[in-house]
Design a protein around this ligand. Structure first.
Ligand code: ATP
Ligand code: MG
Length: 724
């Protein structure tokens, strides 16, 4: 027993939480005040001092990365490895439970997890089956509806249609979708939680078993639990369970996924004897960063209100950089990252955070050009790349022939002469006979004297059967290797010209390495292949390849929750992007964006950069925007504006001046030969006349009246105008 080691490095309030009597407890505290630390120490305290068996602890965190870190910290506090300790995300834990009790949960043993993409594909197919128009019944919206119902714990029969025909149709679609999932043995993310909840709710004996086992429920990021997660915890806690929850109402950022900060109040009602502990000292950030965060979040009305302070140094000012466009922004960030790295700092200590995944591409390009290794968490996920999903679909079919979404994905990929009409008739047969597409294909191919179509279908099915047979006894990575070869995928991408095909082949080869490095948890009762496929679905994006290389971290502000870095960049701080356009007009939406900003700022320990661009091309569209209102909410005295470096090269070469002609003489823009009334030609917009001109050098912009495309503002540096 090592009490001092466990209590070392805790302040009084933290200590009181860690050593609290064995009764429900809630810690509500601001960012960086040691909530996660308290949770970790509590686990060690229970095991080491209270003598609780690790088996009796269940710890829930928000990401798999956080779960791995927590396990590591508990083990180092205890000075020994702890087996049989369940730590994971809600989804991961629910999945583990369903694997153990697939029969009781009404699932086939080899059920597969489907992600958001698969889910949409199923919905699209359902719409086709029902001959519903996708423009009226938007798949994304239906998906949102279904997931939202599941997050609330509702099955179709529980939902009231309010006598609204539109709603009635949505409910029917939910029902149809669920039937497709059942037939294919498919489980989506929301279903994992709902099933796990129903499993316990409907099987009192099983519930009693788990209640007796898990007495201590440790929950991090409690403010972001949704209804079904809370209900699941509540069930498990029963009368005698001892929940220990930590959270921060100011960091509730998943309302759009059904999270309800109200659960903090609910908790106090459900466990009236619970002690509430507040932590007010921040140990993470400099006073400047903390004050900036406090000032921003103070603009929100609906808060529990907290007082967060630090006795740390003032530190550096928050640096704001106004870029003229997204490429300039990326160059700036990369320049600073290079300095950071050259000063001998670990690259992994630097994080570049953004509001939306699509922003990463330009940053990635700049990092690649600069030769700085980086890793993207979330977003461009390895397991979500098309070629990887193709390969996984073959593996999934090998594991489960009834997996319709995989069947559809690869029946004609690589192309093997099975056209849309054949697939349609398989679909129709499956629908009419309520069977999987695999069975339907078998029936059609053998039944009909269907010539080429039928023989191609048969050949495909034989291929899958043969692959299943041949890989049966192979080690996982040989299975994967065999699948990508025998399926013809490698050959298929080899024919794809140029770099794209090559990258895909590299990715497929990477999948083999991922399989080689994969360690199935022996406690999980499933085949290694099933375990690998579940891992691919659950951990997409987290812990990508080359996990040991020191690299800059890129991620959305959402995925940065709970993490901390000495150096942080918040990019794309523009109204419309952050706060997001959708939320600007909606006060509660705006408050959620502000909480997200608070999360972003409080990730920084020492140095914080905030950047915004005057012009941005995103999703193929150009827009001009104002700096985010959140920047203005940071008190002036904490901010320092970064001036572009003098040697920022002015992109003169992009104006193609005809040879031998004198330039005009009206500034600004004069040095580039631009004057009002000048005729110009643009690659896309055609011919036009310059109406207006503003800014200098690289910032210079012109307003051009194009003959056919109308009036546009363009940044000279990038517009590639020809003077005529
Ligand atoms: P978030 O709200 O962002 O999840 P948190 O409240 O969970 O933050 P932690 O991540 O647990 O905060 O702690 C923030 C940082 O402060 C960590 O680096 C942690 O090690 C450190 N820390 C916490 N408590 C103390 C303490 N008493 N003494 C020294 N350092 C501490
Ligand atoms: Mg935390």
């Amino acid at each position: 027993m090592d009490v001092t080691r466990i209590l070392e490095g805790l302040n009084d309030a933290q200590r009181s939480a860690v050593t609290a009597p064995l009764a429900p407890l809630l810690v509500i505290a601001g960012a960086g005040s040691g909530k996660t630390r308290v949770l970790t120490h509590r686990a060690a305290w229970l095991i080491d001092v209270e003598g609780v068996s690790p088996q009796r602890l269940l710890a829930v965190t928000f990401t798999n990365k956080a779960a791995a870190e927590m396990r590591g910290r508990i083990e180092s506090l205890l000075g020994m490895p702890v087996n049989h300790l369940w730590i994971g995300t809600f989804h991961g834990l629910a999945h583990r439970l369903l694997r153990r009790h697939w029969r009781e949960a009404g699932l086939p043993q080899n059920f597969q997890i489907i992600d958001s993409d698969d889910q949409q594909r199923l919905i699209k197919r359902l719409l086709k089956n029902l001959e519903l128009d996708e423009s009226r019944w938007v798949p994304r919206e239906i998906q949102y509806f279904i997931n939202a119902q599941k997050d609330e714990g509702l099955r179709p029969q529980h939902i009231d249609d309010d006598n609204d025909p539109q709603r009635r149709q949505l409910i029917a679609l939910y029902k149809g979708y669920q039937e497709m999932c059942e037939r294919g043995g498919l489980v989506d993310f929301a279903e994992l939680l709902l099933r796990a909840h129903e499993l316990w709710r409907d099987d009192p004996a099983l519930l009693a078993h788990y209640q007796a086992r898990f007495r201590h429920l440790l929950v991090d990021e409690f403010q972001d639990t949704n209804a079904i997660q809370y209900a699941w915890l509540r069930l498990l806690a029963g009368r005698d369970g001892i929940p220990f929850a930590v959270g921060d109402d100011d960091q509730s950022i998943y309302r759009w996924r059904g999270a309800r900060v109200e659960h903090i109040y609910r908790f106090q009602k459900d466990f009236p004897q619970a002690t509430v502990v507040k932590l007010e000292q921040n140990y993470r950030s400099t006073a400047t960063i903390l004050n900036a965060a406090n000032a921003v979040i103070a603009h929100n009305n609906s808060r529990m209100g907290k007082n967060l302070w630090t006795d740390g140094a003032h530190g550096e000012p928050v640096r704001v950089y106004s870029a003229y466009n997204e490429r300039d922004e990326a160059d700036f960030v990369v320049g600073r990252l290079k300095d950071w790295s050259e000063q001998g700092n670990p690259r992994a200590d630097a994080a570049v955070l953004y509001r939306s995944n699509a922003q990463s591409r330009v940053l990635e390009e700049a990092l690649i050009n600069a030769g700085l290794p980086y890793r993207v968490y979330g977003g461009l996920r390895f397991f979500e790349r098309a070629e990887i999903k193709d390969a996984l679909a073959y593996l999934r079919l090998i594991a489960n022939r009834d997996d319709d979404s995989s069947f559809e994905r690869v029946i004609n990929r690589p192309t093997r002469g099975i056209g849309a009409r054949s697939v349609e008739s398989i679909r129709a047969y499956a629908r009419a006979n309520s069977c999987s597409m695999w069975r339907a294909a078998g029936a059609i191919a053998s039944d009909e004297l269907g010539g080429r179509g039928a023989s191609s279908i048969l050949a495909f099915m034989t291929l899958i059967e043969r692959m299943a047979r041949e890989t049966q006894h192979l080690e996982l990575h040989y299975q994967v290797d065999h699948a990508i070869q025998a399926s013809g995928l490698i050959e298929f991408f080899r024919k794809e010209k140029g770099e794209r095909g090559e990258t895909k082949i590299e990715n497929l080869e990477e999948l083999v390495s991922a399989a080689r490095g994969f360690n199935a948890d022996p406690a999980e009762e499933m085949s290694v292949l099933d375990a690998f496929l579940s891992h691919a679905a659950l951990e997409a994006g987290e812990g990508q390849a080359d996990a040991w290389e020191d690299c800059v971290q890129l991620m959305t502000m959402h995925s940065a929750k709970g993490l901390e870095f000495p150096l942080v960049f918040l990019c794309g701080m523009e109204d419309g992007l952050f706060p997001h356009q959708r939320s600007i007009a909606d006060p509660s939406g705006l408050e959620e964006e502000r909480r997200l900003c608070y999360v972003g700022i409080t990730r920084a320990k020492r140095t914080l950069y905030v950047t915004h661009a005057e012009q941005r091309r995103l999703h193929g569209m150009d827009s001009f925007s104002q700096p985010s209102r959140f920047i203005a909410e940071i008190p002036d005295e904490l901010v320092e504006e970064v001036r572009p470096r003098v040697h920022v090269s002015r992109p003169v070469h992009t104006v193609n001046r005809p040879r031998g002609r004198a330039s005009g003489s009206i500034s600004p823009g004069a040095e580039l030969g631009i004057r009002l009334g000048q005729r110009v030609r643009h690659g896309k917009f055609g011919d036009g006349v310059i109406l207006n001109c503003e800014g200098q050098g690289a910032h210079a912009r012109v307003e051009v009246n194009f003959e056919t495309a109308g009036t546009k503002w363009l940044v000279l540096g990038y517009a590639n105008l020809d003077l005529m």
